[in-house]
Design a protein around this ligand. Structure first.
Ligand code: NDP
Length: 493
């Protein structure tokens, strides 16, 4: 192990010199943002990340991280690809004569997707270089409160010192240890399958499960979705969940609620899955979309004294600082809200706090999110169930369920649902949600209104854009139902 020459850091303290002002472990969304913005504030910054291999399905890193390499971006490309399936069906009633058999070329899209990911990977590397950030390709681990060891792919190890260390190592997929689980894939491999899975089984009812079920079904596959609850997407608004389930089924996905898998067996014809209800199915691919855990195991955190919670998430204060003064963490590794834009916010606040002279806490309120099933669902603020728990007055629920204009011609039987939750006492809009085409594009705008503390009266006084689905959000006049205020019993604590 060699030690690099120590140099003066611009923001070093008076007695100690470090190789860098900041060393970031992990060049995903949070790590790249923190490195660049800190460098822009004048800090001397390095980041380490494993090299990206475009063909390998192994989880081996890459500048850009999960979102760019094996998450949001490639997934959205596949969602675009899959959406044409429904669009082609819908086009017929708009006059398009589609006489030939419509077939799907999975390999073509896969190649396009890989090209795009490589392009983005290079852009991210360039962004780092342009900001003056030094990139080390290798796996980082802590060896002290101010020291990171980078193991390069050839096995050599080099240590670097830094005044501050930021951990931005994200999360990784986890699989339940069902017998035969090694036959199942996770979303990492699902994004790079060489052959299109004509028969797919998906286990899980979260974001990834419903998104991949939609993708493969949209491309013409047979999809069976197994989940433990009555409805998928636990934690979201129940009425929205029910509509998502109806839509998935309407698009031809076989739903298996209240069902789990007990065994996977390799057969000549594929992979046989057995459910806890005794069902048996054979599939080409079995996807376990059963949650992700913080990627903190190999960082040597405990040896350095960094506190973790029971699932291995790094405990941080409101400024993303760990219990060790020189060590900070952002993104999924801290398991706050595990979304790319949240990691970006946390990273920006970190850079402002540590190097920008402007201590800033990330604001985790009213973070909008979307599930890119087909059609998608998007929400911001409280669900109806959460509002009943948290409102200061009666809760008014405004809903609009309608057949989108496009469907009146295409003949597709699929409702769009929109919902606004209002605290009657303050007239404040506490939550908004939508399931239907373009929901994420629409809810992003509504999220700004909620961030500004918009009231229902302000929604009502906004003039709609006609004809659009979005205008329903400003034309819901009468409440669909009311939940009377239910004060919580006072405790003496
Ligand atoms: P989620 O946490 O969203 O969902 C996990 C699902 O797996 C739940 O339905 C859970 O069921 C089920 N599950 C867990 N353990 C088992 C088990 N042993 N047997 C059967 N089912 C099980 O995880 P995902 O993997 O879908 O996604 C991980 C995270 O990635 C998300 O939470 C989100 O933060 C992020 N993400 C965001 C996306 C977006 O913004 N569009 C897209 C994809 C991911 P139960 O409800 O019964 O516990």
């Amino acid at each position: 192990m060699s030690r690099k020459m120590l140099v003066d850091g611009e923001i070093g303290d008076e007695t100690t010199h470090y190789d860098f002002d900041l060393f970031v472990i992990g060049a995903g969304s949070g790590g790249v943002r923190a490195a660049r913005f800190s460098a822009n504030h004048g800090a001397k910054v390095a980041v380490c990340e494993l090299p990206f291999h475009p063909i390998s399905s192994e989880d081996i890193g890459g500048v850009g991280g999960t979102c760019v390499i094996r998450g949001c971006v490639p997934k959205k490309i596949l969602v675009y690809g899959a959406s044409y399936g429904g669009d082609i069906e819908d086009a017929r009633n708009f006059g398009w004569e589609i006489n030939e058999n419509v077939d799907y070329n999975w390999k073509k899209l896969l190649q396009k997707k890989t090209d795009e990911i490589l392009r983005l990977n290079n852009i991210y590397k360039r962004l780092l270089a342009n900001a003056g950030v030094k990139l080390y390709e290798g796996e980082g681990r802590l060896v002290g409160p101010n020291e990171v060891e980078v193991r390069q792919i050839d096995g050599t190890k080099i240590s670097y010192t830094a005044k501050h260390i930021l951990i931005a190592t994200g999360s990784r997929a986890q699989k339940p240890s069902i017998p035969g689980h090694e036959l199942a894939i996770t979303s990492d491999e699902a994004l790079s399958l060489e052959e299109f899975p004509k028969r797919a089984v998906v286990l899980g009812g979260g974001y990834i499960a419903v998104e991949f079920a939609s993708i493969w079904r949209g491309m013409g596959g047979t999809v069976d979705l197994f989940f433990r609850k009555e409805l998928p997407l636990r934690g979201f608004d129940d009425e929205m969940r029910a509509l998502v389930a109806r839509n998935l089924e309407g698009r031809g996905i076989n739903l298996h609620p209240r069902t789990s898998l007990t065994q996977l067996i390799k057969t000549e014809d594929g992979i046989k899955v057995i459910s806890d209800h005794g069902e048996e199915l054979v599939a080409d691919v079995v996807l376990f979309a059963t949650g992700r855990i913080p990627n903190t195991k190999r960082l040597n955190l405990q040896a350095v004294g960094v506190e973790l919670d029971h699932i291995g998430a790094i405990k941080v204060d409101e400024y993303s600082r760990t219990n060790i003064q020189s060590i900070w963490a952002v993104g999924d590794a801290t398991n706050r809200i595990n979304l790319t834009p949240v990691a970006l916010m946390e990273a920006t606040c970190f850079a402002n706090t540590v190097f920008g002279g402007k201590p800033t806490k990330p604001d985790h309120s009213n973070v909008a999110c979307a599930v890119f099933c087909i059609p998608p669902m998007s929400v911001v603020g409280l669900s109806e169930e959460e509002a009943v728990e948290q409102a200061t007055g009666d809760v008014l629920v405004f809903t609009s369920s309608f057949n989108p204009m496009k469907n009146t011609i295409s003949g597709r039987q699929e409702k769009t649902l929109m919902k606004i939750i209002v605290d009657e006492k303050t007239d404040k809009v506490l939550g908004a949600s939508m399931c239907g085409p373009d929901a994420p594009e629409i809810i992003q705008g509504i999220a700004i209104a909620l961030k500004c503390g918009a009231t229902k009266a302000q929604f009502d006084s906004t003039v709609g854009i006609h004809p659009s689905a979005a205008e329903e959000f400003v034309t819901m006049r009468s409440a669909t139902r009311r939940h009377p205020f239910n004060p919580k019993p006072q405790t003496n604590l």
